[in-house]
Ligand binder design. Structure first.
Ligand code: PFF
Length: 453
């Protein structure tokens, strides 16, 4: 099937980075760094983004570009065309695609709860524009005590997402990303600049970059891997869909490299923004998922025109999260359109019913399901753990094997080796080694150490 293509390269980067740059960088990165001891996590994260995450980003884009299909059909088609008999005969490939789609639905369900929180703060900054904004702790209490408010906010978010997706990918994503990304970047630079002038900056930098590996437990490797996959949007079929819309002349390795670099930069920026505030205002304790909400409100409260900047920040954060949600829904909608011949409208609305049902327990995890805990985790944190620490690494293991062994040498070389690209043969050899051997080995090591130690 022939697909539409991005109208220009800029639109592709904005949309891809727009979906990668979102709650994972701004909301999740600071709190997982905080609860995993800082520097050791950050340094490992940066390293693994390059040697594990980037090869998979490139691999997923390739799968999409070669098949012009969404992930389930792409894994099916590619495995059948493989030169290796064991790849053609191995049945579970289909499950790699199915699990990736499940992961995107699952992620959207708890993502939409957090989007609801962002929406709540956005509205608070709007209505308290000219008065003092209540303390973040109080606002959080209101949210945590009112599960149905969270359900309402989550539903509003899902409704907006579905309306955008049912109107079509190009109009939806391109327009949105082109609009918000540059504005958000500029705002972040300004806020980071302000935050770095706080007295806690030196301590924050030490915390962020001094690698104290005594905080590393047997589970940390898997946690870092999961976070790398989460922020780079791999393991959910999203990059396959992006790849399927790439123009024929796009050089995939460069796209993968740029997406990775930008994504890391934005995460580090969000560390620069949050941790000087944490250390200057002595914000102690395990805030977990509420960390950015607590720190940022302290910051905005003290800053000149703080309410105004707070409002703009939460609008941008909400739009970035909406862009990501659109992409998450699009991955499963693309599958229904490709292989089940659904109309876009019907596909979008039927998918969202599942997402809504899955999101209910997560929205009610601090009220109705308060006492329902597994491994001492609330439903919301359990969703996060199952998805990020287990499901994404499993799917990425499958994808790296499919790309490493399933794609033929010719298919890979055609996409990689170009006369007009410097050193592309060398680049190809390195990437191939990583995706075929190192990525699977590190993921298996992550599982091994978390299970057996
Ligand atoms: N990478 C996004 C984040 O960091 O928040 C999460 C994500 C968005 C994953 C969109 C997949 C996707 F399709």
């Amino acid at each position: 099937m022939r697909r539409g293509a991005w109208s220009n390269r800029y639109a592709f980067y904005l949309a891809t980075v727009g979906s990668a740059f979102s709650l994972g960088n701004l909301w999740r990165f600071p709190y997982v760094v905080d609860s995993n001891g800082g520097g050791a996590f950050v340094v490992t994260y940066i390293l693994l983004c390059f040697i594990i995450g980037m090869p998979i980003v490139v691999g997923e884009l390739m799968l999409g570009k070669l098949s012009r299909l969404s992930i389930i059909s792409a894994t099916d088609q590619i495995s059948q065309q493989s030169a290796h008999a064991w790849v053609r005969k191995w049945k579970p490939w289909k499950w790699v695609g199915v699990s990736a789609n499940l992961a995107s639905i699952f992620l959207l369900s708890f993502y939409s709860v957090i989007c609801g929180w962002v929406l709540f703060f956005l509205v608070q900054y709007l209505v308290h524009m000219f008065t003092g904004i209540p303390l973040a702790d109080d606002l959080f209490n209101i949210l945590m005590k009112n599960g149905w408010l969270q359900v309402g906010l989550m539903s509003v978010h899902l409704l907006i997402t579905t309306i955008v997706v049912s109107r079509g990918l190009k109009q939806g994503i391109e327009r949105l990303s082109t609009l918000i990304m540059p504005l958000f970047m500029a705002l972040m630079i300004y806020l980071v600049f302000k935050s770095l002038s706080l007295p806690g900056t030196v301590d924050a930098m030490r915390f962020l970059f001094y690698p104290n590996f005594s905080y590393f437990t047997s589970e940390t490797l898997l946690k870092v891997l999961g976070h790398v996959f989460f922020t780079l949007s791999v393991g959910m079929g999203a990059m396959v869909v992006f790849g399927s819309y790439l123009r024929d002349d796009t050089y995939v390795p460069r796209s993968g490299f740029k997406v990775t670099i930008l994504d890391i930069t934005i995460s580090i920026f969000s560390g620069f923004l949050i941790f000087p505030i944490v250390f200057s205002a002595n914000i102690n304790g395990d805030y977990g998922p509420s960390l950015i909400f607590n720190t940022l409100s302290v910051f905005f409260n003290k800053m000149g025109l703080g309410n105004f900047f707070g409002l703009i920040f939460f609008i941008c954060l909400y739009l970035a999260a909406l862009g990501a949600s659109i992409m998450l829904l699009e991955t499963s909608v693309a599958h229904l359109i490709d292989s089940k011949r659904f109309k876009r409208n019907r596909a979008s609305w039927s998918m969202i019913v599942f997402v809504f049902i899955a999101a209910l327990p997560a929205s009610l995890s601090s009220t109705v399901f308060k006492d329902m805990k597994f491994m001492d985790l609330s439903m919301l944190r359990l969703y996060d753990k199952v998805l990020v620490d287990y499901l994404l690494p499993v799917v990425c293991l499958g994808i790296s094997l499919l790309v490493g062994f399933g794609l033929t040498k010719k298919q890979k070389e055609n996409l990689f080796i170009r006369e007009d690209e410097m050193d592309s043969e060398n680049l190809y050899r390195n990437w191939h080694f990583l995706v075929r051997w190192l990525v699977p080995a590190v993921i298996i090591l992550g599982f091994f150490s978390s299970i057996f130690y």
